[in-house]
Write a protein that binds this ligand. Structure first.
Ligand SMILES: Nc1ncnc2c1ncn2[C@@H]1O[C@H](COP(=O)(O)OP(=O)(O)OP(=O)(O)O)[C@@H](O)[C@H]1O
Ligand SMILES: [Mg+2]
Length: 321
């Protein structure tokens, strides 16, 4: 079976800058790949090459089995692309712009009106349908960009920070829309919002200084966290000492963290062995008549794993005078 998106050993050099180095990726139908990485890591450059807007220095890209370097027009028919920033043609109204894109995308004249109105409804663009794009707020411009990316119902969607600049309600709406579209498409989204990875992605790839340093599911990424499977327990301050002693016996002391907040304490502790240690802790708490306000095991913290994995780039920023 050919992958919807198949990228092999892709590199891009901008004179002395090696922006992307020998990247390989496959994305299948039904997959939403979260493409993560610090600023300047090479996400947008990679996406521009996958969509045929930038010629690679070397490597191969196959879109629905079509070599995009040899036949960009055929390959691009399968692709919806939301680039960084705002859509061009700011002097057009939202409706006119979508009408223009629908024509370029060869949507039959008889279907065009319905298709545009449907997209305008789905992305909540009704209130700005007749306003010029250049006069819209940043979030609305972003939403118009999204609308043009999906108007031809492509089976491959490449979205560069799709929720950047959106308010929380719109972020939620757009994530729901991505989840709803996902089963029939292969989707790549780049994002800096790690909760988005949990909310919509089925797989993740982390790029750092032009190289892929992790691929796997969000769950596998979270499992790299030092907080993966750590017990989180919140008790009243007066129970703190007894609770700390009970927890301390079941975990490595050096890894236990405490945060005091008001009249409560939160203890985060990776246990030596989750189930048996948890049973011992619960029995001991109950003997002491301590009732925790919270008691759960963490999946892991994506933000901490991300920082740990990509710290080399951060270090080089720190070293810059
Ligand atoms: N046209 C260009 N000419 C020269 N250098 C470029 C060009 N486009 C990108 N770069 C460089 O390539 C590297 C990767 O940039 P890219 O925009 O792909 O990063 P990114 O991961 O999308 O970052 P961000 O999270 O900030 O959007 C950076 O060092 C950038 O300065
Ligand atoms: Mg970018």
């Amino acid at each position: 079976m050919t992958s919807y998106i198949d990228v092999k050993n892709l590199s891009k050099n901008f004179e002395a800058i090696n922006a992307v180095k020998e990247i390989s990726l496959q994305v299948e139908q039904g997959e939403v790949l979260g493409f993560l990485g610090p600023n300047g890591a090479g996400k947008s450059t990679t996406m521009k090459m996958i969509t045929g807007y930038l010629t690679p220095s070397s490597g191969a890209i196959s879109i629905a089995g079509i070599n995009i370097l040899q036949d960009p027009i055929s390959a691009q028919r399968h692709i919806g692309y939301l680039p960084e920033g705002a859509p061009a043609y700011g002097e057009m109204t939202t409706y006119k712009y979508l009408d223009f894109i629908a024509s370029i995308r060869r949507i039959p004249r008889k279907d065009k009106k319905d298709r545009i109105n449907n997209i305008i409804d789905r992305i909540n663009l009704n209130s700005v349908a007749n306003r010029k794009i250049e006069d819209l707020s940043k979030g609305y411009k972003r939403r118009v960009g999204l609308a043009q990316a999906i108007i031809h119902d492509p089976n491959i969607l490449i979205m560069d920070e799709p929720t950047d600049g959106l308010d929380p309600n719109q972020k939620h709406e757009i994530r729901s829309l991505i989840r709803e579209m996902a089963p029939k498409k292969a989707i790549i989204i780049s994002t800096h919002i790690l909760e988005e990875v949990d909310a919509v992605c089925t797989s993740t790839a982390i790029i750092d200084m032009g190289q892929i340093i992790f691929t796997g599911t969000p769950r596998q990424l979270a499992a790299l966290s030092r907080y993966h499977d750590a017990l989180n327990i919140v008790v009243k301050i007066e129970d703190a000492e007894k609770t700390k002693k009970i927890i301390g016996e079941q975990s490595d002391d050096s890894k236990v963290e405490e945060i005091y907040s008001g009249n409560e304490i939160r203890i985060t502790a990776p246990l030596k062995n989750r189930k048996p240690c948890s049973d011992v802790i619960q029995a001991a708490l109950s003997r002491e008549k301590i009732v925790p306000r919270e008691y759960f095991f963490e999946k892991g913290r994506l933000d901490q794993v991300f920082r740990d994995l990509t710290s080399s780039a951060q270090d080089s920023i720190k070293e810059t005078p």
